[in-house]
Design a protein around this ligand. Structure first.
Ligand code: HEM
Length: 479
């Protein structure tokens, strides 16, 4: 349907749902799916309390395109508390996601170098060595929580890629502190929706933690400059840009580093965890992939430019990021009043777009809740129909790096182990801080690579997100 026809339809019915914003905060996917079911491509959620806050939701490729391609009108705003001017909290939150207009364009250009495809292959040895260390701790027949394993693995890898390995303890310490700080921001950010009595003491605690964290990042930057040890890590590369062009200030460097860590670490960990879960639950796909793995298809380091394009591994990752996108929604704020469908939106209205809802539209993907990597042999969605890394001028800067890391880790993990979800496990996906978190863990049992893949019965809200194949005993009972 073209946009004019869509807008005419809206004049007959105003797509507004009244409710409490807690509903959105406590389960964003359930809330967005309800709005999509009730209203279609465009919806407003209006807070009924005295706050009268309103959120607008867009779910169609056309509206995604309209909003995401126009970064002049629709601004990005980091979901966080910015802190007082000149505070460490302000510096840590001034990365790309908080910038707009010319400042964003100029800084994105400055930061882009280390993310170019030719730079990312440098990180191959870091990724493989940390993965191998993890694998050495897995014993046959033991059970691991795959969500935790991937989070720890990605925290280490991200710390090393960002901060280098020659000050490993400091790099890992900064990674852990960034993790803790991101969690504090999330908890306090919720107070915008759900008031809490201890807000001020907790806010002050976060401000002092931010100071400590900034201090450690500055220590590392100082050490790198003084020791003259600028390497291939991202911080060194950004320091080089700062020192040669002056295009990035020290405060901006701190902000970029904090955002890069936050943007890279959990998203990649969740994508890995969900992909391993989906593979374990789909024995036919896993059998085909195993065939390629045992045949040595992925033994050579990935070429940074092809990243296994066209392989089953590539289709598996595309499909897993379609079905369970780690970044399930994000927002823009209109910088000027705008008309959107039947709405006249005052400046600063939050407009939420959702890769999860768009990726589950049956008009774009047949049987959208099923994991079917081979659909990618015949479909070729537009960037606004398939957007696990966002779309438009603010699309994820780290997308090629993330794909490189994930496609390097998966074959290593899968070649020497058969993974099976622990039967009866509870698996839940909940969006926390915009990311689809396997919140209750993914318990998996490790077996020798015997190729005997089976689906396990699981419980939890995962069944509301994905249509999983029945486990063998369930199939027998149904027959
Ligand atoms: C599977 C892993 C990842 C996923 C799913 C992901 C997803 C996303 C998404 C959806 C956005 C757009 C947000 C918006 O439009 O509001 C984004 C932006 C961004 N991502 Fe990623 N990301 C991943 C990994 C990474 C990595 C590894 C890095 C860097 C080390 C990174 C750096 C960034 C940056 C800097 C932005 C902001 C770009 C801008 O505003 O210009 N991401 N990411």
């Amino acid at each position: 349907m073209d946009r004019t026809a869509e807008i005419n339809l809206w004049t007959d019915r105003i797509p507004v749902t009244d409710g409490r914003l807690e509903e959105f905060v406590s389960d964003p996917i359930a809330c967005m799916r309800r709005l999509h079911r009730e209203h279609g491509d465009l919806a407003m959620f209006r807070e009924t309390s005295e706050k009268q806050q309103q959120l607008v939701f867009i779910f169609s490729p056309e509206l995604n395109h309209h909003v995401l391609s126009d970064s002049k009108t629709f601004h990005s705003q980091f979901f966080t508390l910015r802190g007082p001017r000149n505070s460490a909290q302000r510096h840590l939150t001034c990365g790309l996601l908080s910038m707009n207009g010319d400042e964003h364009k100029q800084q994105r250009r400055q930061v882009a170098g280390p993310f170019e495809k030719r730079s990312i292959a440098f990180h191959h040895d870091t990724v493989t060595s940390v993965t191998d260390q993890m694998l050495a701790t897995w014993k046959p027949d033991s059970v691991v929580n795959m969500a935790d394993e991937m989070t720890i693995l990605m925290r280490k890898i991200t710390s090393m890629i960002l901060f280098g390995t020659d000050q490993l303890d400091l790099a890992l310490e900064i990674g852990e502190m960034l993790d803790e700080w991101v969690e504090m921001n999330h908890q306090l950010g919720l107070a915008a929706f759900i008031p809490r009595d201890d807000f001020m003491p907790e806010y002050n605690r976060m401000l002092s933690y931010a100071e400590k964290l900034e201090g450690r990042i500055l220590d590392l930057m100082k050490w790198r400059r003084e020791a003259g040890t600028l390497g291939a890590d991202l911080l060194s590369q950004l320091i080089r840009v700062h020192d040669t062009t002056g295009g990035i200030t020290n405060e901006q460097l701190v902000g970029h580093v904090a955002l890069l860590f936050g943007a890279a670490h959990m998203t990649s960990a969740y994508s890995l965890g969900w992909t391993l879960f989906l593979l374990a639950q789909h024995p036919e796909v896993m059998t085909s992939l195993n065939h390629e793995l045992q045949g040595g298809v992925y033994d050579e380091p990935l070429g940074a430019f092809d990243s296994a394009k066209g392989s089953l591994l590539d289709r598996v990752l595309r499909e897993s990021m379609r079905l369970l996108p780690a970044s399930s929604y994000s927002q823009r704020l209109n910088d000027v009043p705008v008309e959107l469908g039947p709405f006249s939106l005052p400046r600063g209205t939050p407009i939420i777009f959702s890769s999860f809802v768009t990726h589950h539209r049956p008009d774009l993907y047949s049987q959208p809740d099923r994991f079917n990597p081979d659909r990618w042999l015949t479909i070729s969605p537009t960037p606004y129909e398939y957007l696990p890394f966002g779309a438009g001028p603010r699309m994820c800067l780290g997308a090629p790096l993330a794909q490189f890391i994930i496609k390097t880790i998966l074959p290593r993990v899968l070649k020497h182990n058969r993974l099976s979800v622990v039967p009866g496990a509870e698996v839940n996906g909940l969006v926390v801080s915009t990311m689809l978190n396997p919140i209750s863990g993914i318990p998996m049992q490790i077996f020798e690579p015997d190729g005997r893949f089976v689906t396990s019965p699981v419980v939890g809200n995962i069944h509301a997100l994905v249509e999983l194949p029945a486990a063998a005993h369930q199939r027998r009972a149904a027959a």
